[in-house]
Design a protein around this ligand. Structure first.
Ligand code: GLY
Length: 385
């Protein structure tokens, strides 16, 4: 890709290893900060976990006991998304599917209702912006919901983007900012070279960089010369159905028990998603289709008439403590992975933290819980750098 940005030829060179949404977003913001940036992506940029993602910006409803440290980061990133979506939309000349109808988390049956009231109290204790909707209110908003739905938590600030619209927009932004993109290029390893780093490519080539950003998602463990961050793949399977865009069955993002439904403006309905510990296996399975459809049908029975467009599988990068791994390691090495269920949501915040780390600026939020060095087996600077 030809460089057309404004960096000077003598600007430090940053190599971003991994072209998922967090790598691309980081590359964009690094280039905008005046650095020379190259992205190395083993396949096609944005076609891994990003392409398979639902795109929910659910800083509130994704809050989980034990992961409270992430709420501040998630809410900050969520607040950055409207401006990111607008900028990316302007650069790309088309939208990125940002929809701001909010999200509802439903209960079907008495047991789920009790559990959902507990969850409401938990979210309120955290100070998160949620409210309760009874069944009558819900049906006004979403008439196609099952009559068995008894109530819901409404999260008016949890929106969505369409990752498959974000990817081409980010690629346009990278091109405009002068980022070099090397797709289908495997990075086999790294080694110190002078006061920077040599990057060994799978095809035998070598490149040099002053800073390296490891943003290789679930593959972040496979880089020789760089002790692996404790990140493993968490397989997600999802379905895409087609609604009539002129009369969609659903308008809000809807969560049920073990299921979520994300309606796109063009009528596609994303039905997600499993979370499975199966290594790098990406094979779709009948069991996943069965459980997703059964759970979705309980809350939206009319979906049985919809055309099935696609089975999607992706590998989320899941860290040992389920929090992202973001920050400098030392010696010009930086990590940005482990985003697990929140890669799309956390992309803007991740990019800003990576820029701060590379430029040695103060972090714009408290990033201590996400530092790579928090794990008992510290990620150390390799060799003599
Ligand atoms: N954020 C939803 C998921 O990862 O399935």
């Amino acid at each position: 890709m030809a460089a057309s940005g404004t960096h000077s030829a003598s600007a430090p060179h940053v190599a971003v290893i991994g072209g998922g949404i967090c790598g691309l977003a980081s590359a964009w913001r690094l280039a905008e900060a005046g650095l020379r940036v190259t992205v190395f992506e083993r396949e096609r940029a944005g076609r891994g976990a990003t392409w398979a993602a639902g795109g929910m910006l659910a800083a509130t409803l994704e809050a989980e006991p034990g992961e409270e440290a992430m709420i501040g980061l998630a809410r900050w990133s969520q607040s950055l998304w409207p401006e990111w979506a607008a900028r990316l939309g302007r650069i790309a000349g088309c939208g990125v599917g940002y929809r701001d109808e909010g999200t509802v988390h439903l209960a079907v049956g008495r047991d789920e209702l009790t559990a959902l009231h507990h969850r409401l109290r938990y979210l309120k204790r955290l100070g998160l912006p949620v409210e309760w909707h009874d069944a009558a209110e819900l049906r006004v908003r979403e008439p196609a919901l099952s009559p068995d739905v008894l109530g819901a938590i409404a999260s008016p600030g949890d929106h969505q983007v369409d990752p498959r619209a974000v990817v081409p927009a980010l690629l346009a932004a990278l091109a405009e900012a002068g980022v070099a993109l090397r797709e289908e290029t495997v990075v086999a390893g790294i080694e110190p070279a002078g006061d920077g780093w040599a990057i060994r490519l799978g095809d035998g080539g070598r490149e040099r960089a002053d800073h390296l950003v490891l943003a290789a998602g679930a593959h972040a463990g496979g880089l020789a010369g760089w002790p692996a961050p404790p990140v493993r793949p968490a397989k997600g399977q999802a379905l895409v159905l087609q609604m009539d865009p002129a009369a969609p069955l659903l308008r809000h993002v809807v969560w049920g028990s073990g299921i979520y439904l994300v309606p796109r403006a063009d009528g596609r309905l994303y039905v997600g998603a499993t979370v499975e510990d199966r290594g790098f296996d990406r094979q779709p399975t009948a069991g996943a289709v069965l459980s997703l459809l059964e759970a979705a049908w309980r809350i939206l029975p009319g979906l049985e008439e919809l055309p099935l467009l696609e089975l999607v599988t992706g590998l989320r990068p899941r860290s040992r403590d389920d929090l992202p791994v973001i920050g400098p390691v030392g010696g010009g090495l930086h990590v940005a992975t482990g985003h697990h269920r929140n890669g799309i949501l956390l992309a803007p915040a991740t990019a800003e933290l990576v820029v701060a780390g590379v430029l040695g600026r103060p972090e714009p939020v408290d990033a201590a819980p996400f530092r790579p060095g928090r794990f008992p087996h510290k990620i150390e600077v390799p060799l003599s750098a």
